[in-house]
Design a protein around this ligand. Structure first.
Ligand code: ZN
Length: 682
């Protein structure tokens, strides 16, 4: 495969050729790379010699990498430059890729070859990254059911197929129920309290539906501000009831979209598949690829956090209840809570996000962020020109060591536009590895959806958006600063799911520090620094209702873990019963009887978070505790910065995350720093 290949997706000689890639290239490129991979797998399973790193594991890595390199720009473009042609091509390839991966995952010959390498004398001579790649591979083969009896293997495969179907249907029901309900009005009185940006969105929604007036749906950009700002209590109640009964037999929805039977079947099949693999329950399967050792460790962790945040949550609830009562709402119902919380917040802190924006123009924020990170980790970051990109807004930067050696590159695509998926994320374009020709420099995509510049004025960010940018750059540094020579565990590859948010949440902390803000903030007209008075208000508001927020997250996480960790007698009844128990234990706000939150909990029933929702809080403990060391030593202490870079950022998935954390912190993590940072303990 060379630079002269007519299909640009098959040209892996450098950065993706974004200007040449067309939808018609996608399927042929995928067909080609999968066919070549199958030939290579065929060759590897019929090796004459016994498997070694060089003759077996390395070629397996190379095969995986080729597929990933071909697919990465396709999947990236599908997210940021969606078109009907590209979407069709993308969807046509998904089942082909899945089929290939299942085939490889259950290939007994490959499994035995890894086992042979693991048991050979050579294994002890491999470096820790190579050893980790081999043991990860063995684990993943086992979790794919490779060593089951033929009939059990067949059953396992059927379960997996059925589960992926159920997950897809679960998500579709949630989507259809969300979009299937709305309320329309022509009465301006119904809009009382709503900001102009929200009513404009609702007017646009009505217009698109061929209606006059305003249309409010259950989509987040309309639902959340409606609950927060709308003065009409009955309307809020209607919205709330429709929202919490989505995809259920309750409320105003089509009963055909009820997810309860799906939940029961998903739980039953997950349990069966876990038993099939020899585990007591599904949580143990999920935890095989995570840092936490068993379900008890997770529930113990969540319960400790709950015990230490519930008193604050109760105080916060009492405060808002009393505030609402003084404003003529004697009984604070769940549909009143966001509304009075917002009112209370404004009356306590006296500022809005609009006051902050002018201090965060994008050029200043980017340059400042690079200065902060440069000082912390001893790096230099500068733009590079003349790179092929997918949109004129996209820029590329290069990271070099103080010695001038280039160690990473990244694309930055900051602004919202049509045909670009919402949210913010970091993705892997090229990973680091060492070859005979030297080191392959890692490349990352950083994608956000900020408001674009208007006329001559630069884009101005909210503080929330600045934090998002730091968060994604933290993931980016984890990917790019790695020193691991083997792709399977370099950068974020092979990092346990519950540890992967450590570098990202960690970097967010600098957005609250005066010394860092002096780098990243400056008024877009005058260059004036962020006023201390405003920063003081921002800091005071940072932990508004953090106790209530904490116990709500714990409620979801504990429910998820118990649901997958306790062998169920009757699956149909498990979810509602456990949710009630968990709420009695940790929640401070108990929803009404008709609430069916679990029916739209896509994270665990349709996403990858089953017995893993706790990961968010788990990684937050690590990141807060890691940052606490900087608080102790100075937030720009070069020694501590170097230690973080060397022990965490450079190691990728090559070593156990707890080992890495202890190497940095000198001890295991505790929840104290997180509780202090969220204002829950002094
Ligand atoms: Zn993240």
């Amino acid at each position: 495969m060379t630079g002269s290949n007519p299909n640009p997706l098959l040209d892996l000689s450098g950065l993706p050729r974004f200007q040449d890639i067309r939808p018609e290239h996608v399927e042929t490129a995928v067909d080609t790379v999968l066919a070549e991979s199958r030939v290579e797998i065929e060759r590897l399973v019929s090796l004459e010699e016994s498997p070694s790193w060089a003759n077996f594991a390395q070629p397996m890595e190379d095969t995986d990498e080729r597929i990933a390199r071909v697919w990465s720009p396709v999947s990236h473009l599908n997210s940021v430059m969606d078109s009907p042609e590209l979407r069709t091509a993308y969807e046509a390839c998904l089942p082909k890729l899945t089929a290939y991966h299942t085939e490889v995952g259950q290939n007994l010959f490959l499994y035995r070859a890894y086992q042979g390498l693991h048991d050979s004398a050579e294994f002890a001579t491999l470096d820790c990254a190579q050893q980790k790649i081999v043991t990860n591979a063995l684990r993943d083969f086992r979790l794919s059911g490779v060593d089951l009896e033929e009939s059990a293997k067949q059953r396992f495969k059927e379960i997996q197929q059925r589960l992926s179907q159920l997950a897809n249907r679960f998500e579709q029901h949630v989507l259809d129920a969300t979009q299937g309900w709305s309320f329309e009005t022509r009465d301006p009185d119904d809009l009382a309290g709503l900001p102009e940006s929200v009513t404009a969105l609702a007017a646009q929604a009505a217009h698109q539906a061929g209606l006059e007036g305003w249309k409010f749906s259950l989509d987040m950009p309309l639902y959340l501000p409606f609950m927060r700002y709308a003065k009409g209590r009955e309307l809020r109640q209607r919205m709330y009831a429709a929202f919490v009964t989505r995809a259920s037999d309750q409320g105003p929805h089509d009963a055909a979209l009820d997810n309860a039977p799906l939940i029961a079947e998903i739980l039953k099949l997950r349990y069966e598949s876990a038993r099939c693999l020899g585990f007591d329950h599904y949580a143990l399967v999920s935890l095989e690829t995570k840092m936490a050792r068993d379900a008890n460790e997770v529930t113990g962790f969540l319960r400790e956090l709950a015990a230490r945040s519930k008193p604050a949550a109760l105080r916060e609830l009492a405060q808002v209840t009393e505030f609402a009562a003084r404003r003529g709402c004697p009984v604070l119902e769940p549909w009143d809570l966001p509304f009075y919380s917002e009112q209370l917040k404004q009356s306590l802190y006296q500022f809005s996000e609009e006051d902050i924006r002018p201090y965060f123009p994008v050029p200043r924020v980017l340059a400042g962020m690079f200065t902060v990170v440069g000082r912390l980790f001893g790096l230099e970051i500068r733009p590079i020109e003349g790179i092929e990109v997918w949109h004129e807004d996209v820029r590329m930067f290069e990271i070099s060591d103080t010695g001038g050696q280039v160690i990473g590159r990244f694309y930055v695509d900051l602004y919202v536009r049509a045909n670009k998926r919402g949210g913010a994320w970091m993705d892997d374009c090229i990973g680091r590895k060492r070859t005979r020709d030297g080191v392959q420099v890692p490349v990352a995509y950083l994608t956000c959806n900020f408001s674009p510049p208007v006329n001559d004025r630069p884009a101005l960010l909210t503080h929330e958006e600045v934090i998002t940018l730091f968060h994604e750059f933290g993931h980016g540094l984890h990917h790019m600063l790695t020193r691991v020579d083997h792709l399977g565990v370099s950068g974020i590859n092979g990092v346990a799911w519950d540890a992967v948010e450590l570098p990202s949440q960690f970097l967010e902390n600098w957005c609250w520090e005066r010394e860092a803000l002096d780098c990243i903030a400056g008024h877009y007209e005058t260059g004036a620094p962020l006023p201390q008075e405003l920063l003081t208000k921002m800091r005071a508001a940072k932990n508004f209702q953090s106790g209530m927020h904490m116990v709500r997250q714990i409620e979801f996480a504990l429910f998820d873990m118990r649901l997958h960790a306790e062998p169920q007698e009757v699956f149909a009844d498990a979810a509602p019963r456990l949710l009630r128990e968990v709420r009695d234990e940790v929640a401070v706000v108990i929803p009404p009887e008709y609430d069916r939150f679990q029916n739209s909990f896509s994270h665990i029933f349709a996403g990858g978070y089953a017995a893993g929702y706790y990961s968010y809080k788990w990684a937050e403990v690590l990141s807060a505790d890691a940052f606490a060391k900087f608080e102790e030593q100075g937030i720009f202490d070069p020694e501590t910065g170097r230690a973080f870079r060397q022990t965490i950022l450079e190691q990728g998935g090559s070593r156990d995350p707890m080992e890495l954390f202890v190497a940095f912190r000198g001890r295991e993590p505790t929840v104290d720093a997180l509780l202090r940072h969220t204002g829950l303990e002094a």
